[in-house]
Design a protein around this ligand. Structure first.
Ligand SMILES: Cc1cc2nc3c(=O)[nH]c(=O)nc-3n(C[C@H](O)[C@H](O)[C@H](O)COP(=O)(O)O)c2cc1C
Length: 161
């Protein structure tokens, strides 16, 4: 069961959180998760992945332009039927993280992906749309990203896709 985490990161925050998501995914038996910078995505691995998670820095309360361009060119990956999720990093709690996540999830739905996060169904940590990392709290929030990755991989396994 392959899983891909694709991120855009200029100053390393989103990359660190992507690595935490992958760490959580790989805790699930049978999961083989890898993360890729948006500039160095392994196309074959993505095509073969059952689950795709996209991470973005928040730019102007939205996903970054680079992530949007990437998502607009994802037709080649055959995304329909794959499980999808998104996360963000930002400077501010109210800086637009969830708006960016939701916009990515909208693109995924248009591709025919199944969008998932676990929402509040697992209790703490409650992750409604997807995890948001905030400046000054990346270290302490990394555990939430690991847990999110584990939830995504468990659901992928359960679906048998
Ligand atoms: C052009 C630009 C726009 C930004 N806009 C926002 C914003 O609207 N809200 C926010 O909270 N942070 C904003 N930030 C801060 C980044 O989202 C934040 O530093 C992020 O963690 C950077 O991720 P990276 O280290 O992976 O590049 C912006 C940063 C840049 C460069």
């Amino acid at each position: 069961m392959k899983l891909s985490v694709i991120y855009h990161s200029e100053s390393g925050n989103t990359q660190k959180m992507a690595e935490a998501v992958v760490e959580g995914m790989n805790k699930v038996e049978g999961a083989e998760a890898k993360c890729f910078s948006i500039d160095e995505a392994d196309e074959d691995w993505i095509k073969e992945s059952s689950c795709i998670v996209v991470g973005t820095p928040v730019y102007y309360a939205e996903m970054s332009g680079k992530v949007k361009l990437f998502l607009e060119k994802c037709g080649k990956y055959g995304l329909a039927g794959k499980l999808g999720g998104a996360f963000a990093t930002a400077n501010f709690v109210h800086g637009g993280g969830e708006i960016a996540i939701q916009a990515i999830q909208t693109h995924m739905l248009v591709y025919g992906m199944m969008v998932y996060s676990g929402g509040g169904s697992f209790g703490q940590p409650v992750i409604h749309l997807g995890p948001v990392g905030v400046r000054g709290q990346f270290e302490e929030l990394a555990e939430n990203f690991r847990i999110y990755g584990e939830r995504m991989a468990k659901k992928t396994k359960e679906l048998g896709i």
